[in-house]
Design a protein around this ligand. Structure first.
Ligand code: FES
Ligand code: FES
Length: 158
């Protein structure tokens, strides 16, 4: 099968790769680029474990064809420790005990990052809505919303 050529920026680094035409974004990220911090849970757009940021928006990478990566600016969980807000979110998740098995955590952090970049003053309700597409089987969500709220608070203080 003829491959497609894709050029994009991922975590601040330029890429020029070939991918299978039917590949999904998560296939390229995890299998072709080896960035396995992005998790695959349901594969049908319902759990949010595969969330990445595509041109500023949180998207379920299991539902996006690789062709959408052409020319795009993409962030995955691997970039978060290098970015101020990403780092604050990761620290807050640990401080607030918002991580149990951890499978959902990268997706939540990516959704929270996209939300707070657009709306640093997000209310608790807006935070809940911002991560409504992410499912967690372990925590009961309260610690997760607390963690995002705290990260937003620290971000505003700095
Ligand atoms: S793996 Fe993509 S939404 Fe569940
Ligand atoms: S911490 Fe286990 S699914 Fe969220």
């Amino acid at each position: 099968m003829r491959k497609i050529n894709l050029t994009f920026t991922l975590n601040g680094k330029p890429y020029d790769i070939e991918a299978n035409p039917g590949a999904r974004m998560i296939d390229v990220i995890r299998d072709d680029l080896g960035l396995t911090g992005t998790k695959e849970g349901c594969s049908v757009g319902e759990c949010g474990a595969c969330t990445v940021i595509l041109n500023g928006d949180a998207v379920a990478s299991c539902m996006v064809l690789a062709g959408s990566m052409q020319g795009a600016d993409i962030l995955t969980i691997e970039a978060m420790s290098e970015l101020k807000l990403g780092n604050l979110l990761q620290e807050s998740f640990v401080e607030e005990d918002a991580v149990q098995c951890g499978f959902c955590t990268p997706g939540f952090i990516m959704s929270a990052y996209a939300l707070l970049k657009k709306n640093p003053d997000a209310t608790r309700q807006e935070i809940r809505e911002g991560v409504a597409g992410n499912l967690c089987r372990c925590t009961g969500y309260i610690q997760i919303v607390n963690a995002i709220e705290n990260a937003a608070h620290h971000m505003r203080e700095e």
